[in-house]
Every structure is written in structure tokens, then in C-alpha cells.
Design a binder for this molecule. Structure first.
Ligand SMILES: Nc1ncnc2c1ncn2[C@@H]1O[C@H](COP(=O)(O)OP(=O)(O)OP(=O)(O)O)[C@@H](O)[C@H]1O
Length: 976
């Protein structure tokens, strides 16, 4: 009998057999088989899966569907039944000859999404015991969202059903997500690969042996935090605190904060073809520590388990490699030597690039700047280190191997950026992170609270602590901090002088406090270390041999003070090597050398302050230098210059004058003031003349912020005042300049002396609440303040408005995309009531609900000046719209109102129509992306009939049919 006939004649029995037991598992398994064999198309499958039909109906529908598809389909259907039904239920049923016909005659697919479909039954059975783990894994890599997870994990689903839903979701997410899942299943559920006969046990075991060796070498290197080299070691586990990680501009939603695993996950991928991920952040923001944490987690198998092998590199160490090496040498000589089977291991790496991760810490420290001029693709051919590194990063060498690079932002220019898969910004600690770090650092709760209190009472220092290296110094020098009373540190230089005192005091514990002449007492040590640091920076050298130390006069007792630590990067050689505790410490010693040495001439200082103008060049004092070890990295000279400014300030003159002549210091100080003022003037001169009718606007460069920071370090109000006295600008734009609380302190310190009010645009930085507080001194000279996307919360707004209501010129504020809630709307209401000159309030894309709108309405009712009100992307709903409308019904100033995307329906529209009806000033009302229907629009149309000022009412994306839209278009002021 034909298969079709068998299906027809056994219809009742087949239905009964599959529905017996009342669970859908049987039908689902048959469906899995049919879709994997291609009998059912996806659309068929979706129809057959409708869950709310009785089981017997689903089975009948399935039989009918397949019957329609003909003889071959029926053969396979019977075959599926035969595979799925337990033996006991097969009795009396006939499956025909089809039992043996199933053989996948399709080409094996190379697409992961196809694989999910073709091997569905097998994958369901493997996945069902690992759904939770797989979900975590996929979530961590940005392949699924938490909403997806909730949907899949609904308790009504059995684990097999969850597995199916998971497969479907992942398949629709595309190829990369499907790959991630397949890898995960391979790793989690597969037995070790079988070894071929007569073959050396390699694939199954050899890389495992090497992996083990790699892990233990990484564990040994990463266990302790690197800056704590000397006494009092902290394990990374004890002190590691999550920093703020965000996608860089262009990589997606920059506001989303990322987790550690997201760094290498799918989220934010800009270029699918590229393999290099960049983590960038300013000095001391924690890039090396983050990498160290990732290495540790990988070695402990707690993260990045998609990668079987991880090769960590330090660019600082690669600098010292003068030989030409092949890729193979690079991997094995610089990371971990395989005790055997090097050839096979290297072959494994080449064959499985997707299972290998290379990390490069501190690209900014690499001697040469990135260039893609010299191609090198052969993994066995030797080449200079720079060629190897740059070709790896570009992907010409070992395409497919994932590379993770850390760097200060300045060193990653456009030529490198074109090869990036994505860029992640490390923005230091959040306020909560500072708290957490200090508590982790001090087991003694009393001390921790003391330190935190000291920070709260000195917001300039609190601002500095957003940069982890400062947080570390402050925690380390807590005794000095708690003992310094009112003179607590304000500037970079103050903090580093504090750390200097800390180490000298530690050296002589019998002395409770250092005398006022401590610098003089330790002058020789400072000068020796200063020379070492200075010459090192000039040559981009951060690791020092004993010969280097001798040449600079650094003696054993200078080493024991603790500023230098053993370099673990060079642990393989017999000779001892050293590096400064942190590179910023090297910059500080270099600055001390510049300031205190009578050999420094003023030209050298001028050169230092011109570093931002050079495309290449480090400090450049010792030029010409033959093998000039230049780098594009200008941030170390800039940090050094900042310290030089601070050390030469009036503030520290008493301390410094003990060890060198006041005349010399005076000359150097004047020279610095001149350099900085000139630098600022150069920026002003670059401002183009405004186009007629437009404001004079200056788009500042990051080096402008650096110059401002140098002025702040000097703590001299006259210098600050003179430097901006001649600035004539209406609008100062500092978007995407990586401005955090520290930079806000400096900006406010200087900009408060501007003669005329400016619009200060700080969009897309990381100002935060602490930064807002730091900006307050310059609020009186701000006519408008733009703070889009800056992590500001209600608390920051409260402080801002407290001050803002007293600032005469302050008239506009834009706060799109921050963390504002209803808790700040009362403050805005107060602002609107109090300041009858306030013009513009933009609060789009925050979390304001109807309650917030009601509170805001209280202020709007009293405002006779507000012209622009923007609330798009909040959740004020009808109630909120009604409250606003009621408050604005007699308003005589509002020109522009945006309530786009606020869940407003017809009653809200009816209320808002009353504003239109009465207003004689309103020109534009934005109501797109709400849920207004025909009824609501009719109110608006009617209101428009009585209004002559309104030019447009935007209604795109509401609940209107096409014919309704066409009908309403007779009112040309409605825009759909
Ligand atoms: N996430 C963190 N948790 C705890 N401490 C941290 C963290 N990040 C940084 N630190 C502290 O700050 C110090 C400096 O951090 P790190 O060297 O990682 O910064 P970096 O961004 O690599 O600096 P640079 O660009 O100057 O090399 C660390 O040695 C450590 O003491």
C-alpha cells in the first residue's frame, strides 16, 4: 500500500497513538523530524505548532498537511512516527517501507542557522538539559536579550519546549548567534573528539595539555594586582571592582553599560569582518586591570570559554624585542613555551583561528605608531615586531583570530580604527564603584567610612577618584589623607605629592609625620628616580635594566622605597628589571626632574607644552635621536606637563624652594604660564568667524581640555582669568571629549572667568552627578547648558537647580538621555516658577511619568517665559498630557512642545487641543509615536480651525488607517 493510503487508512490510530499520554512532546518530536528533513517549510511548522489547539486536532491537522504534500512526504511522516512512538504504541500500526528510507541527501550545510534546522531533533535532545546555561551564555554575548530569556523560560514550557524556543530565537538572530550556540553545545555537551587510529594523541589531548600550561602561567601572573608589587599584596579577586564600560560612538547605543563578557561579545559590533576589539580609556582608568581580570577568569574557566587558547601580550614587553620573529615564535616565545608537539599545536592554532584569543595590553606604549603599509600574511615567515603586531591587528595575519587590545584613546588613530570590530570605552569607576573599591581596600569599616567621608567633603578629590588609579592612591595614602585636614588634595599634583610623602614615611616608620623639609631630605632619591623616569619617557621606555638604574644613579636604597617594582614582564631573564608602580608615577617623577633640575632649560619646557601640536613625538628633549623611538602617544607628555604646571604653582613653592633656587623656579613658572596661555589663545584664534545670523561657536579639541587642566593644576585665579579674558564666543562645544568629573572641576575653575555668558555644550561625556556639582562655579556664565547622555540623575539636578535659580544668565538646559525620574520634576517646577526668564527645558528620553508631568505642570502654570519644552520618549501618558495642557491653557510664551512617544491617547489629545485652540504663540506641537486615533485627531483639527499661529502638528506613527490619514491631510498643518 502506498504511504499516502497508509496515512489515510490509519488516520484514527495515528492520531490516538500520538495524543495518548496527553503531552505534546510526541507531536513536537515528529514536527522536529519533519522540519529537519525538509518535509515541512517553516511556515508549515509555525501553523502546526499553534499550541492552544487540542492535541488530537494538532495531530489531525498535521496529517492533513503532510498528506497534501504527496507520497514522499507521507513516507517520511510514517518514518517520523515510527521513530518517535514508543514500541508499545506501535502495535497494530503499519509504517510501510519507509522505515529505512530516511537518509539526509542534502548537501551538508556550512551555515550555522541551517544547521540548527537540519539537526533540530538532535540539538533539542542535547540542549534540553542545558537551557539555562545556554541562555546565560547567549545573553552574555549579546545574542539574546533578557526579555527573550524570560519568554523562553516561561514555566509553562517543558525543558524540550524551552530548547525548541531557544533554537528558534537564536536562528532568527542570525548566523553569529547560531555559531555561538553551536560552539556552546559543542563545548558543554560533546564528548572529547575521537582520535584517529595510529595518530599521536593530539587533537583530543595535546592542546589540552598546552591549555593547562597556559592557564597556570596566566593564573600565576594575574593573581595579584600589578600596582601592589611591593608589600601588602592584594589579590585581584579581593579588590577588583567593575568599571564603567560603554560602547564608543558609532558602535550602537553608547548609553548601554556593558559587562565584562560583552567586551568580546556581539553587542556593538561595527564591522563583522574585523577581528580586533579595542578597549580605550585614559591613563589609570583600569585598562590593564580589566585585561588582567579577563585573563584570570579565562584561566579559571569562568569566562571567554569560546576560546580554547588565550595568548596575552604586553606591548611594553614587545618593545624590547629586537629580533625578527615569525608568528609561531611570537606565540610560543613571548607567551608560553609548549613542552612538546609545537608543530601540531601551531597547526591547531592555524586551523582553528576562531578558538584563539590574543590580547595586547597598552598599544599606546608600543614604540611605533600603527601603520598598515607593510603587508605580512605568512605565519611562518619572520618579520619585525611592529609588522607582526600591525598585521595581526589588521587581520592580514591569522584572519579569524580574535584580538583584544587596550590603549589610551590618543594612540588609536583613524588608520587603526578602520580595522576594528568594535570599540569599548572604559570610563573608570561610577560613584558606587568608588564606594565599593574603598570598602574592598579597607577591611576595617571605620577606616573605609573615614576615607569615604573625606572624599564626600572634598568633591574635587572625589572627582579624581572616578579614575581608579587615584582611587587606589587615596586608599593607600589614607593616613595622610585623614590627617591633612583642610589642606586635603585638590589637584593631580597634590595627590601625587601625597603618595610621595606616604612612601617616604613608610621608609622611616619611627617618624610619625614627615617634617616640612621632607622633600629636601629625600632630594637625591627624587632626582635619581626623576632622571630615570624622564629619560625613560623621552625614549618611550617603561622597563629599566639595572644598568639603566645605575646610569641614573638609582641605588638599592632608592629601590626599596617602593616607587619601582620588579617587572614581571621580564621574569624570564636572569637580570632584574624594574618599572614604576604606574606609568603616571613615572610621569610625576619626570615632572619633578624637569622642575627641580638646574639642567632643564626653558626651551625644554616649551617643547613639552607643544606636544599636542606634533603628530609624532614624545617629550622630545633629547632629540635628535637616531633610532628615534617615537610614538603618536601624546598623553604621557601631557600628563607630565600637567604635573609640571602643578609643581610650579605658588601653592607648592615653599616646599620646592627648599631644594632649588626661587629665581629658577620663578622663571620656569613664568614660562609655563606663557606656554599655557599661548596654547589657549591658539585655540581661540582657530574659531571661525560666524556665518551671518549664527552664533560664534568654538568646537574645542581634547587638547583644549588638557590646557585648561594645566591651568587648574596651577591653582592661580589670575592665570585662569587672564587665559580666558579675551575669549569671545557664544557657544563652546565640548562634545565627545571624554569629560568626567575631574575635567569638569578644571573647566569650571577657568570658565567662571569668562566675560560674557556662553552656551556650554557637554553632550556625550561622562559628567555624572559629581561632575555636575563640579560645574556649578561656572554656572553664572552659562546661558545654556547641554548635557545629553551624561549619566546624570535626580540628585545632580537638585544641586544644579539650587544654584541655577540664582544665576541670571542661565536660560536653557538640555538633558536628553540621562537617568532622570519624577523625583526631579519638582525641582524643574521650582526653576520655572522662580526664573521668569527661563526659555528652554528639554528632558527627552528619561523616565518621567504622568506623576512627573503633573509636578512639572505646577511650574509651567507660573512660567511666562518658557518657549521650548521637550519631553519626547518619556511616559507621561494621557494623565500627564492633561496635566500639562491644563497648566498651559493660558500660557503666552510657549512656541514649541514635544511629547513624541509618550503613550498619549485621545483624552490626552483632546486636552492638548485646548492649548492649540487658545495659544497665540505656539508654532509646533510634536505628537508623533503616540496612540491617538481618529477621535483624537478630530479634536486637534477643530482646534486648528481657531488658531493662526500653529505651523505644524506632527502626528506620524499614531493609530490611524491610511484612508484616515488621507482624509485628515486636508488640514495641511497636520503632518503624518
Ligand atoms: N577595576 C579595578 N578594580 C580595582 N582597582 C583598579 C581597577 N582598575 C584599576 N585599578 C587600580 O588602578 C591602577 C591603575 O590601573 P591600570 O594600570 O589598569 O590603568 P590603565 O588604564 O591601564 O593605565 P595606563 O593607560 O596609564 O596604562 C591599578 O593598578 C589598580 O590599582
Amino acid at each position: 500500500m502506498s504511504a499516502q493510503k497508509l496515512v489515510l487508512s490509519q488516520r484514527a490510530e495515528l492520531v490516538q497513538a500520538l495524543s495518548r499520554g496527553g503531552t505534546a512532546e510526541g507531536v513536537d518530536c515528529v514536527l522536529d523530524l519533519l522540519i529537519s528533513w525538509g518535509v515541512l517549510l517553516w511556515e508549515d511548522y509555525v501553523c502546526a505548532c499553534v499550541a492552544n489547539k487540542p492535541l488530537s486536532t494538532r495531530t489531525r491537522d498535521l496529517l492533513d498537511l503532510v498528506y497534501e504534500k504527496g507520497e514522499r512526504a507521507c513516507e517520511l511522516l510514517l518514518c517520523a512516527f515510527c521513530q518517535v512512538l514508543p514500541e508499545a504504541q506501535k502495535t497494530g500500526l503499519e509504517f510501510g517501507k519507509c522505515v529505512s528510507v530516511v537518509k539526509d541527501d542534502r548537501e551538508p550545510s556550512t551555515m550555522a542557522t541551517e544547521t540548527l534546522l537540519c539537526h533540530r531533533p538532535f540539538l533539542v535532545s542535547r540542549l534540553r538539559d542545558h537551557v539555562d546555561g545556554a541562555l546565560e551564555h547567549l545573553l552574555g554575548r549579546g545574542c539574546l536579550t533578557s526579555a527573550d530569556r524570560e519568554e523562553i523560560q516561561l514555566p509553562v514550557y517543558t525543558s524540550s519546549q524551552q530548547a525548541r524556543r531557544l533554537l528558534d530565537k537564536v536562528r532568527f538572530r542570525g548566523e553569529d548567534s547560531a555559531m555561538v550556540l553551536l560552539h556552546y553545545l559543542d563545548r558543554t555537551t560533546s564528548p572529547p573528539p575521537p582520535e584517529k587510529e595510529n595518530e599521536q594523541p593530539f587533537a583530543g589531548r595535546c592542546w589540552l595539555v598546552y591549555q593547562k600550561k597556559l592557564c597556570s602561567s596566566i593564573l600565576a601572573q594575574c593573581y595579584f594586582l600589578s600596582t601592589c608589587g611591593g608589600a601588602g599584596k592584594y589579590s585581584l579577586d579581593d579588590v577588583y571592582t567593575d568599571g564603567l564600560l560603554e560602547l564608543s560612538q558609532g558602535c550602537g547605543d553608547t548609553q548601554v553599560s556593558l559587562g565584562l563578557e560583552d567586551v568580546l561579545g556581539q553587542v556593538g559590533t561595527l564591522n563583522e569582518e574585523a577581528d580586533t576589539v579595542l578597549v580605550s580609556g585614559q591613563a589609570g582608568s583600569g585598562k590593564s586591570t580589566l585585561l588582567q581580570r579577563l585573563h584570570l577568569l579565562w584561566a579559571r574557566r569562568e569566562a571567554l570559554q569560546d576560546f580554547l587558547l588565550l595568548f596575552p601580550f604586553s606591548c611594553r614587553k614587545l618593545n624590547a624585542e629586537e629580533r625578527e620573529l615569525s608568528l609561531r615564535d611570537l606565540l610560543f616565545l613571548h607567551c608560553c613555551w609548549p613542552d612538546r608537539d609545537q608543530d601540531k599545536l601551531f597547526a591547531f592554532v592555524l586551523d582553528n583561528p576562531h578558538l584563539v584569543l590574543l590580547t595586547f595590553d597598552g598599544l599606546d606604549e608600543f614604540k611605533q605608531s600603527f601603520s598598515d603599509e607593510r603587508r605580512h600574511c605568512c605565519p611562518t615567515q619572520a618579520a619585525p615586531m611592529s609588522t607582526l603586531l600591525f598585521n595581526l591587528l589588521q587581520g592580514s595575519l591569522m584572519k579569524g583570530v580574535r584580538k583584544l587590545v587596550t590603549s589610551r584613546p590618543e594612540a588609536a588613530g583613524p588608520s587603526l580604527r578602520q580595522y576594528l570590530r568594535k570599540e569599548v570605552l572604559l570610563k573608570g569607576f561610577s560613584p558606587g564603584g568608588i564606594d565599593c573599591f574603598v570598602r574592598k581596600h579597607h577591611q576595617d569599616r571605620g577606616v573605609a567610612s573615614g576615607v569615604l567621608q573625606a572624599l564626600q567633603s572634598n568633591t574635587a578629590l572625589l572627582g579624581l577618584c572616578h579614575i581608579p588609579v587615584f582611587c587606589w592612591i587615596v586608599s593607600k595614602c589614607y593616613k595622610e589623607l585623614l590627617g591633612c585636614g583642610k589642606g586635603s588634595p585638590q589637584t593631580f599634583t597634590d595627590v601625587y605629592l601625597m603618595v610621595l610623602q606616604h612612601f617616604f614615611r613608610r621608609k622611616s616608620p619611627q617618624q610619625k609625620s614627615l617634617g616640612s623639609s621632607w622633600l629636601l631630605e629625600h632630594f637625591q632619591t627624587i632626582m635619581h628616580l626623576g632622571q630615570l623616569a624622564f629619560e625613560g619617557l623621552d625614549a618611550s621606555c617603561y622597563i629599566f635594566s639595572e644598568v639603566d638604574l645605575q646610569n641614573s644613579g638609582v641605588a638599592e636604597e632608592d629601590i626599596t622605597i617602593g616607587f619601582l617594582i620588579h617587572s614581571k614582564n621580564f621574569s624570564s631573564t636572569d637580570e632584574r628589571h624594574f618599572e614604576f608602580l604606574h606609568i603616571t608615577m613615572q610621569c610625576f617623577f619626570a615632572a619633578l626632574h624637569i622642575v627641580l633640575s638646574d639642567k632643564t632649560n626653558l626651551n625644554q619646557i616649551r617643547t613639552l607644552f607643544q606636544t599636542q601640536c606634533k603628530s609624532k613625538g614624545c617629550i622630545g628633549f633629547c632629540q635628535p635621536r637616531e633610532q628615534s623611538v617615537m610614538t603618536t602617544e601624546s598623553s604621557n607628555p601631557q600628563i607630565t606637563a600637567k604635573f609640571v604646571s602643578g609643581l610650579l604653582s605658588q601653592h607648592h613653592s615653599d616646599l620646592l624652594q627648599q631644594s632649588c633656587s626661587a629665581t629658577m623656579l620663578g622663571k620656569k613658572s613664568k614660562c609655563v604660564v606663557k606656554c599655557v596661555s599661548k596654547g589657549v589663545q591658539r585655540h581661540f584664534k582657530s574659531i571661525p568667524q560666524p556665518v551671518k545670523g549664527e552664533k560664534k561657536s568654538m568646537h574645542a579639541m581634547p587638547s583644549f581640555v588638557w590646557l585648561i587642566s594645566c591651568i587648574y593644576e596651577m591653582q592661580d585665579s589670575d592665570v585662569a582669568m587672564n587665559s580666558v579674558a579675551r575669549l569671545e564666543v557664544d557657544h563652546l562645544k565640548l562634545t565627545y571629549c571624554n569629560i568626567g568629573p575631574v575635567e569638569c572641576t578644571a573647566l569650571a575653575y577657568v570658565l567662571q572667568y569668562l566675560r560674557c555668558p556662553v552656551g556650554l555644550q557637554l553632550d556625550y561625556n561622562c559628567v555624572g552627578d559629581v561632575g555636575v556639582e563640579q560645574l556649578l562655579p561656572c554656572l553664572p556664565v552659562c546661558s545654556s547648558l547641554y548635557l545629553r547622555n551624561n549619566n546624570i540623575s535626580d540628585e545632580g539636578i537638585r544641586r544644579l537647580i539650587d544654584k541655577g535659580v540664582h544665576c541670571e544668565s542661565f536660560k536653557k538646559i538640555a538633558l536628553f538621555s540621562n537617568n532622570l525620574t519624577d523625583a526631579c520634576t519638582q525641582d524643574f517646577a521650582h526653576l520655572l516658577k522662580t526664573k521668569q526668564i527661563f526659555l528652554s527645558l528639554r528632558l527627552g528620553n528619561n523616565n518621567i511619568t504622568s506623576r512627573g508631568a503633573e509636578q512639572l505642570a505646577e511650574g509651567l502654570r507660573c512660567s511666562q517665559s518658557l518657549q521650548y519644552l521637550g519631553l519626547w520618549g518619556n511616559k507621561i501618558g494621557d494623565r500627564g498630557a492633561e496635566a500639562l495642557a491644563e497648566a498651559l491653557k493660558d500660557n503666552t510664551s510657549l512656541v514649541w512642545l514635544s511629547l513624541v512617544g509618550n503613550g498619549i491617547g485621545n483624552s490626552g489629545a483632546q486636552a492638548l487641543a485646548k492649548i492649540i485652540q487658545k495659544s497665540k504663540t505656539l508654532e509646533e506641537m510634536w505628537l508623533s509615536k503616540n496612540c491617538i486615533t481618529r477621535v483624537g485627531v478630530e479634536y486637534i483639527v477643530k482646534a486648528l480651525e481657531e488658531n493662526v499661529t500653529v505651523k505644524s502638528v506632527w502626528l506620524r506613527g499614531n493609530n490611524l488607517s491610511q484612508p484616515e490619514v488621507e482624509e485628515f491631510q486636508r488640514e495641511c498643518r497636520l503632518i503624518f
